[in-house]
Design a protein around this ligand. Structure first.
Ligand code: HEM
Length: 160
């Protein structure tokens, strides 16, 4: 693993990212804007499931509207995140907070996919989610995991 990371650190892309002043802050800014889009969309869907917002609105059209923002937002996060990793390969991948963040992302990604796919298939669980204990539990777990991902992302800079 370490020799692979050393090799990544010597690639022209990694050297370029390290040598130019504007690239890393710009990539970080895009990463943070994508965090905002993803988190807002997930928050809105989870709050609808919990019955805090949009009680009169059915969940399925809301999910059709916001789920693509989450999906494409995560693609942007993946691309910008990979560039940040290329700049300093040993900094993130061996970092405990980065590993926690990726594990939480896999779980919340699966939950979000299940939500969107269930709503699309007209599953009764998502018909009136504010009355369904299981749907509410999924929404709460989802919110906790998104918060954990954001916190762990910020903590990468201070982690072991
Ligand atoms: C999809 C794969 C992702 C990868 C590969 C990735 C990778 C990274 C990397 C390498 C950093 C820089 C850490 C540092 O050097 O200090 C970072 C920062 C961060 N990431 Fe991600 N990330 C991903 C997804 C996400 C997601 C889904 C979120 C939250 C919704 C997120 C939130 C953050 C936050 C809040 C920071 C700190 C930004 C800062 O303080 O400047 N990331 N990420």
């Amino acid at each position: 693993m370490n020799s692979f990371l050393d090799w990544v650190g010597r690639t022209p892309l990694s050297l370029y990212l390290g040598d130019t002043a504007w690239t890393i802050p710009t990539i970080q800014a895009v990463h943070i804007m994508a965090v905002a889009a993803v988190f807002f969309s997930a928050l809105w869907l989870d709050m609808r499931i919990l019955g805090v917002v949009g009680r009169g609105q059915p969940f399925a059209p809301l999910s059709r509207r916001f789920a693509p923002w989450i999906g494409w937002g995560v693609v942007v996060l993946l691309l910008t995140g990979l560039l940040l990793m290329a700049a300093e390969p040993t900094r993130a991948i061996l970092n405990l907070y980065f590993q926690i963040k990726m594990a939480a992302l896999v779980i919340v990604g699966t939950l979000t996919w299940a939500m969107a796919a269930g709503a699309k298939a007209d599953s009764p669980l998502w018909g009136a989610p504010e009355t369904q204990g299981t749907a509410k539990l999924i929404a709460i777990i989802s919110l906790v995991l998104w918060a954990l991902i954001i916190t762990a992302g910020r903590w990468i800079a201070y982690g072991p």
